[in-house]
Design a protein around this ligand. Structure first.
Ligand code: NAP
Ligand code: GDD
Length: 375
């Protein structure tokens, strides 16, 4: 986690982030704090802590507590609860609202379609309607998704037809149109960021990239023997989440609200991701990966490839981290964590460059290959 300065110079703006405990919410909170925003985050009650990714921001609590002066604090709320949304907006009086909260797992949306539609489609409607009724002049960002394109052929840009293939994709498409409708009909500053897949060491562990890098780290540290996956042929445009939150912010700094595609303009198969990860430590992925039907989906999105020319042109935003670097960042981070948990690392080895953990991974891989030969 990054070191956050306790010294804080307010830029006069307040941002509200829903889904602040998620991958993107945590990076966005850090980014906005670094820009001098006061950040308020909505979290929902959970029986077990769901704030691991933002616990390091607690340092502000020691100095300010939950006061209007505080650079950062959290409020309980839920996208299915209009009252909580209105109360939070009333208390926070935000200049910018980033709606990142959602049931974000495509596969899970086939199991829980109703709650997915409730959180992801009606949730944004609840926020937009509250902003309109309360006559707030804040800017609104909607976390739209490349999953909305579904089976539309690549490359996909802001003009590409959307043919979603999952309850998740449909829920996000409804929210996308609601955001546009509130912009056009009521003049709200409401913007859609159509983000293609973005990953990081903070990615949820059941998304395919993190499942692969964590699975590899578990294999290397002897906690697992195999990695079980589904469809290896799907292609995705994978970028680095830490860079994508700047694009969200840039969108809300424009004079007029609009819709923007954000991606890397590169697409790779799941198989290529697995191969790249295992190659980094000199292992052959085919010796460790099994394919299980239960990880395949009732309907699949075959290929996503962003044409993010508009974002480059209008926002001046371009990704810096491409495929191979992203895989390396994630493999190194998961190796570090797994080696720490299993006692392979000294306390002094906790702040080393990524290559250090990859080299350690290669050493562990040699041991695994030797053991396999003997058996
Ligand atoms: P994530 O890690 O799954 O985070 C989602 C957050 O939403 C979590 O903090 C979750 O809280 C919260 N949440 C879920 N349901 C909620 C509810 N009913 N009320 C309040 N909070 C709720 O997702 P992410 O990767 O950061 O993605 C952020 C947003 O961008 C999501 O809307 C996602 O659909 C969208 N998106 C993501 C990508 C991507 O590749 N990452 C691409 C395009 C769009 P809990 O921890 O309590 O579950
Ligand atoms: N999760 C998962 N688990 N996916 C697998 C597996 C597996 O074991 N095996 C293969 N896959 C394939 C999926 O079928 C899909 O084609 C691809 O890997 C990517 O799956 P996910 O990582 O779950 O991401 P996603 O593309 O379905 O959805 C993500 O990206 C969207 C943007 O396009 C999520 O972050 C969504 O919230 C986001 O909107």
């Amino acid at each position: 986690m990054e070191t956050i300065q306790k010294d804080f110079e307010w830029n006069g703006k307040v941002a509200l982030i829903t889904g602040i405990g998620g991958q993107d919410g945590s990076y966005l909170a850090e980014f906005l704090l670094s820009k001098g925003y006061k950040v308020r985050g909505m979290i929902r009650r959970s029986s077990y802590p769901n704030t691991k990714r933002i616990d390091h921001l607690d340092i502000y609590d020691d100095v300010y507590g939950k006061t209007p002066e505080s650079p950062f604090y959290l409020l309980y709320g839920d996208l299915s609860d209009s009252t909580s949304i209105r109360n939070i907006l009333e208390e926070v009086q935000p200049d910018e609202v980033y709606n990142l909260a959602s049931q974000s797992h495509v596969s899970v949306s086939f199991n829980s379609p109703e709650s997915t539609l409730n959180f992801n489609a009606i949730g944004p409607l609840r926020i937009l309607e509250a902003i309109r009724n309360m006559k707030l002049s804040c800017k609104y960002y909607q976390a739209s998704s490349s999953e909305m394109y579904g089976i539309s052929p690549p490359p996909q840009n802001e003009e590409t037809p959307m043919i979603p293939q999952s309850p998740y994709g449909i829920s996000k498409l409804a929210a996308f149109h609601l955001t546009r409708m509130y912009r056009n009909a009521y003049g709200l500053y409401a913007t859609n960021g159509i983000l293609f897949n973005h990953e990081s060491p903070r990615r949820g562990v059941n998304f395919v990239t993190r499942k692969i890098t964590r699975g590899l780290a578990y294999i290397l540290t002897g906690r697992k023997e195999k990695l079980s996956l589904g469809n290896l042929d799907a292609k995705r445009d994978w970028g680095y989440a830490k860079e994508y939150v700047e694009a969200m912010w840039l969108m809300l700094q424009q004079d007029k609200p609009d819709d923007y595609v954000i991606g890397t303009k590169e697409s790779h198969t799941v198989k290529e991701f697995v191969e790249e990860a295992f190659n980094l430590v000199n292992l052959n992925w085919k010796d460790f990966v099994e394919i299980l039907d239960r990880y395949k989906r009732p309907a699949e999105v075959p290929t996503l490839l962003a044409d993010s020319s508009k974002a480059e042109r209008v926002l001046g935003w371009k990704p810096k981290t491409k495929f191979k670097d992203l895989v390396k960042i994630m493999v190194a981070a998961d190796l570090k964590e797994a080696m720490q948990e299993t006692g392979y690392l000294h306390v002094n080895d906790m702040n080393m460059p990524d290559d250090f953990y990859i080299e350690k991974g290669k050493e562990l891989a040699k041991g695994i290959k030797l053991k396999r030969k003997r058996i």
